[in-house]
Every structure is written in C-alpha cells, then in structure tokens.
Design a protein. Sequence first.
Length: 277
Amino acid sequence: MIFSRLANFLIGRITVVDRVIPLIWSPKFSKVSLSISRRGTMVTREEEEEKQKKRRRKAIIELYKKRLGSLRKGMDLSKKGKLKEALESYIEYLNILSQFHEIPEKSLSPRHFDHKKETTELLLISQVYWDMAKIYDKNPNLYKESVRCLNQFAKFTVGFKYHFVNSEMLRKYIKSKGCNNMDAFKKVYMEIREKSGACYVSSYCFSDFHPVTQDLRRFRMLLKTNPTGQKFVDFYYTVSPIIVSFCQRYPVFGFFFKAITSPILRVCAYFAKRPFL
C-alpha cells in the first residue's frame, strides 16, 4: 500500500516534470528567454558604450585644457629652427581642437567657434596655419599641404579684426621673397584682400562701420564693374595698406595724415553715394 502510494506520487511528479520540461524547451519559451537575455545584454552594452563615451569626452576635455602648452612648444621650436618638431606640436594642437569639436582637422572652420568670446583662439589658429604653410613650403613635395594651410589661414583671417595684421604679414613675406611657391602665396593674399572688403584708409581715419567707410565701400563695388575702375581698386589695395602701416608705426605722421585725409574722404563719400540715391 505504501509502495503503491509512493509510486503514484513519483509518477505524478514525473508527469508534472514532463509537462514543464517541454514548456521550458519549447521554441516559444526559448525565444522569450533568449529575447530577455539579449535585451539584458544590449542594455549592458549600451550602458558600457555610454560610459566609454563619457570617459573619452572627459579625456578630450583634459587635453583641451592643456592645448596651449602644445601651441607654445610649437612656437618655441619654430623660433629655434626645429621645424619638424614644431610641425608635430602644431598638428597636436589642431588635433586637440578637432577632437574637442568632434570634426576632422581639415574641417576646422571659424563657424565652430564663438567669434566674440574666442577671438584670441581664432587668431592663434590663423598663426598656426600660417607657420605650417611656411614650413611645408620649404619642401616641394609638400606644396599641396602648404596650399591647404594657406587656405585655412585665409579662412581664419577674412572678416576678423586682425585681418589687416595678417594681410600685412603675408604681403611682407611675399615681398621678402622667402616663399618657394610664390604664386600660391600671392593668390591667397589677393583673396584675403578682396574678400575682407576692407577700406584701409577710411577705416583708419574713421572706423569699419562709419557711414563714410560704408559709402566708400559701396562706391568701390561700383568701380569694380569696369576695367578702369578695377585697376584703380587694385592700385588702392596695393598702396593703402603700406600707408596705414606707416601711420601706425609713426603716430605723429598718422595724426597729420588723419587731419588732412578725413575731410577729403568725407567729400568723396558725399559724391560717391549720389549714384545710390
């Protein structure tokens, strides 16, 4: 009797197990279990990837804080004539900036920076590309890279307060005949000069946004529509930077130059704006 009851009990248990095992190992149950397992793995991977991104970003921010050290090192090495090492430091500086802004170095552009708060940084970047262009220019096999750096230099120059300083620096370098790829340097100088829209003498006597400067700037656009006017504009851009540079170097001369030139410019602006009325 006891054996019979025990047997029935065990048979009952086996029957339950038999019912459960097919359920556990059924394709439907396996898919659910596998889905849960995979989902858990995905969540874990996503969390891990997010942590890695945060760690990388933190490391980049730390590098960004120390970027000026690479820049100073590059400038010091360049002054000492260690151009290869200087180039490495400059590239390191630019790569830190590109990583911080999450773009390739070749895509670095002024639009990635705050023009008001980061004017100094923009100026420094222009100087780095300028020095790199000169270094690459020394090797005929690296002319393409020199031209690329010159174009970047122009991109970080046009439209900023320091465009006159950079333009003059480029003009003097061309005049000194220190560059091998002369045509490339001249081309970039012409682009900076044209795109800047600067009216050097009027800006010096008044300001960039003074009504007289604005009127003369519009008149210049009118002059450029015919060959004779274009020649005059070219002559003006050749002479005016030299005059302004001389005035800035010798303030006394600059004072008298302003006193004499300002009334003349006002009269010119008055007649210049008449075609627009």
